[in-house]
Ligand binder design. Sequence first.
Ligand code: SAH
Length: 213
Amino acid sequence: MKDTFKHKGLRKKMVEELSRKGIKSSRVLNAIIKIPRHLFIDKEFESHAYIDKAFPIGSNQTISQPYTVAFQTCLLNIKKDDKVLEIGTGSGYQTAILVFLGAKVFTIERQHHLYRKVLKKLTKLGYNPELIKYGDGYLGIKEKSPFDKILVTAGAIEIPKSLLLQLKVGGEMIIPVGKVIQKMTHITRKSENKFDKKTFGDFNFVPMLKDKN
Ligand code: SAH
């Protein structure tokens, strides 16, 4: 699989579109310019890679819309060496963005088929998280906690307490919350027991499911 001039041109156009839609962070836009999103989608659907839309990746799941990936990444203000927990590895595209930004990424996927596929893909493309785990994101990864940032890429009905407790004091989490439509929710852990919450508009994610299959 190749990254051609044509792909690069399409990426540049997509980044211009994201910028028009309000994505301001030059670091995030640069990551999107550099990472070949078409390599995270099955070859026969490659032509969809640079359209700003979510897209099916098998097992009833989607690769998040580029705007959503950019929006979540910007809200978390990812810095080099941040220790980040991602829930819902999916295609691995969001994971690659976090790795590109210099974060130490721990990511969890609950669908075994997707987990196996993404493990191979990220290794092959050289975006190497600290850990790709097959498991239930509701549990987080207690033994690797606390995290500077937690990024949830599936819609949760409520904010999982177990995840709040795996945040560092001063740490931040971004999670879409709601059943049909989700409010993008940003949480800051102010102290052991105090969490600040802000919401940022409506989104539409696949559900964060309980337990493994
Ligand atoms: N970040 C991904 C988004 C994929 S969609 C991407 O850019 O491609 C959300 C993903 O969350 C799906 O792969 C789904 O299987 C996964 N998921 C849903 N519930 C989960 C849970 N409880 N734990 C871990 N992953 C979960």
